[in-house]
Design a protein around this ligand. Structure first.
Ligand SMILES: *Cc1c(COP(=O)(O)O)cnc(C)c1O
Length: 413
């Protein structure tokens, strides 16, 4: 039998086509960052851009900046940049508001397209932000809509003609489980339902094709895998054939056809700008612009291949080295069925994660018992994965996590 030679992490890093991208980021000394699914690392270019925008554009141009630096066009211009990363046509995406607010905008627009069916179908793994928005909107609209939640595996079978809107997050924030967007969208359409996708854990993590899948609406986040900074503006996509008749319930003046006509009557803009509401946050959008520069020329196929390999390596290392400590895989073992994160159940997951963070390996914790690790292929190395697991193994072996300082629950976990 031929000897199977395992390729070392160092060799994998040497042949990694994405390796040079790491240089574009500031990675703090002594940190292995496995939380790019929550808040991406700082792109170095964002520092210079923010300084420039604050000191020169804001400082010197003041109100003239809206025209002189085309601030007013940033939501649509950056929307077009994001469109390329999610398989959307030009002129279908804007960068605006938060993911939560964009969900509310998309969901109300989607519900308006359906007269009779009254069910919003989602799954129990969806992020609470989305479910809460749906609950509040149902109350506010007062049209008797119902939120129906089923297990992620049961979504497909639950799509029937009572469903007005299928509202799903493609990649589960806890387990990383990935829905089949194209198939479920097709099922939704067969039942006459509108399909709304949250791409919070997809954009920048894996190839997305909202156009090809026929999604009606999509929303997503830019501070996770797109690295645009804490609370950065989110995005919203509207399928081209809906753009002309979507009536935004947040009928903001920035979504007006001609905001500076100051016409008392609302008339929506013809393009995706109609999904914007108020004055765009130029500082946040500028950081997003710089963060998107890093994605120029990046092959999403390479991102996906590396993401799957990093996740597989992590699972293999944890099970080999930490198998005796009661950690249990909480993510699909098959990389195809995962997004770009891996979670492990652990009885003492919270203090173990705090001890890990104390040792420079940053992941996060999701109640009740999930230790969550994100793999951002643009700046992570295979060696980081091996080193992180070595530190985890040491913490488990020495029971460092038992120290009282690791038991204190912070506000953000
Ligand atoms: C991260 C995330 C959000 C965050 O929404 P914000 O409005 O930015 O707080 C919403 N939905 C999902 C599915 C997420 O993963």
């Amino acid at each position: 039998m031929p000897a199977t030679r395992q390729v070392s992490a160092a060799d994998l890093d040497k042949s990694d086509p994405l390796a040079p991208k790491r240089e574009a980021f500031h990675i703090p000394d002594g940190v292995i960052y496995l939380d790019g699914n929550s808040l991406g690392c700082l792109p170095k270019a964002a520092v210079a851009r923010m300084n420039e925008v604050v000191a020169n554009e804001w400082g010197e141009s003041l109100i003239r900046g809206w025209n002189d630096h085309a601030w007013i066009d940033m939501p649509a211009r950056l929307g077009n940049r994001i469109a390329k990363l999610i398989g959307a046509a030009p002129g279908t995406v804007v960068a605006a508001d938060s993911t939560s607010v964009n969900l509310a905008k998309a969901l109300t627009a989607a519900l308006e397209m359906r007269e009779n069916p009254n069910v919003i179908l989602s799954d129990t793994g969806n992020f609470p932000a989305d479910l809460y928005m749906a609950q509040g909107l149902i109350r506010g609209l007062g049209r008797g809509h119902k939120l129906r939640l089923v297990a992620p595996e049961e979504v497909e079978a639950a799509i029937d003609e009572t469903v007005a809107v299928l509202m799903l997050t493609e990649v589960d924030y806890r387990t990383g489980r990935r829905h089949n967007m194209a198939r479920l969208t097709e099922k939704a359409h067969e039942a006459g339902a509108v399909a709304l996708w949250d791409l919070a854990h997809s954009a920048g993590a894996l190839p997305v094709d909202v156009g090809g899948a026929g999604a009606d609406f999509a929303i997503g986040c830019t501070y996770k895998y797109l690295n645009a900074g804490p609370g950065a503006p989110a995005f919203i996509y509207v399928r081209p054939n809906h753009l002309g008749h979507v009536e935004p319930f947040l009928s903001g003046w920035m979504g007006h056809e001609a905001p500076f006509d100051f016409d008392p009557r609302y008339r929506p803009a013809p393009g995706p700008e109609r999904m914007t509401v108020g004055t765009p946050p130029i500082l946040g959008l500028s950081a997003l612009d710089a963060a998107l520069d890093v994605w120029e020329g990046v092959d999403m196929g390479e991102v996906r291949a590396k993401s799957m390999a990093l996740g597989d390596l992590f699972i293999q290392e944890v099970e080999e080295r930490c198998g005796g400590y009661g950690l249990k895989l909480g993510s699909p073992r098959d990389a195809e069925a995962r997004g770009s994160q891996v979670s492990f159940h652990a009885e003492n997951g919270y203090p173990i994660m705090q001890a890990l963070i104390g040792e420079g390996v940053i992941g996060d914790f999701r109640a009740p018992d999930l230790m969550r690790f994100g793999f951002a292929p643009l700046y992570l190395r295979y060696q980081d994965v091996v080193d992180a697991v070595a530190i985890l193994e040491c913490i488990l072996r020495t029971e460092l996590w038992r120290e009282p300082r690791f038991q204190v629950r912070a506000k953000v976990t």
